[in-house]
Ligand binder design. Structure first.
Ligand SMILES: O=C(O)CCC(=O)C(=O)O
Length: 204
């Protein structure tokens, strides 16, 4: 099973490797895009995306998803319709080049303040093309992500996701680790994350 590094490695210009595995593990680039561009993309997306408040069943109740969400396919028909906000297309191009992965979907999360969160989870493997990574680009205020091994001793790694940073998680890491962002009482500003994925071809 992949191992969480007790002391993440630091490279001058490369990523910090938080977790190792045969598919690249979990890696963090603090300044994938610069601050000005991160600010610009944040402002555009906050205004132009149709953010949705969702609900989901939890045990015997229906609960609010504690953040706003949106999602886009990145296939050619969507690009031709130009319904895709420009920052999402530009980020997709940069990420495809950087990671050599054919990203074809992006999910967006909007954390309005410290009450918004995402519970520890792994991405559903049936919704991911085998072997392809998940790329999380952060805009807006930093939030802390916890990545925890599923089996005892359930070691965890914490990473502050800075604006402009990129966190890349391997497909394999979703088998062995959970990731989440807890609510916080600290005064934090709004944050948007862009989660790029490679979805398998649909059966139709
Ligand atoms: O906001 C983030 O960086 C994490 C989002 C996430 O875990 C997800 O979209 O599944």
């Amino acid at each position: 099973m992949p191992r969480a590094s007790a002391q993440p490695e630091l490279f001058a210009s490369g990523p910090r490797t938080l977790i190792n595995d045969a598919e690249g593990g979990v890696r963090y680039w603090p300044q994938f895009i610069d601050d000005d561009l991160a600010d610009r993309w944040f402002a555009i997306l906050r205004e132009s995306v149709e953010w949705q408040a969702q609900q989901r069943p939890m045990y015997d109740r229906i609960v609010d998803v504690p953040r706003l969400v949106a999602g886009y396919r990145l296939d050619d028909s969507v690009l031709e319709d130009s319904v895709l906000p420009a920052p999402l297309a530009e980020a997709a191009e940069r990420l495809r080049a950087h990671l050599s992965a054919p990203f074809n979907s992006v999910g967006l999360n909007y954390y309005r303040d410290g009450n918004d969160s995402v519970a520890p989870h792994n991405d559903k493997l049936h919704g991911l093309a085998p072997g392809e990574p998940i790329a999380l680009l952060s805009l807006g205020a930093p939030r802390r992500m916890a990545i925890r091994a599923k089996v005892p001793p359930a070691r965890s790694v914490h990473i502050d996701l800075e604006p402009g940073s990129l966190l890349v998680m391997s497909h394999a890491s979703q088998l062995h680790y959970l990731h989440g962002i807890a609510k916080t009482r600290e005064p934090v500003g709004p944050r948007i994350s862009l989660a790029y994925r490679v979805r398998p071809p649909s059966p139709h």
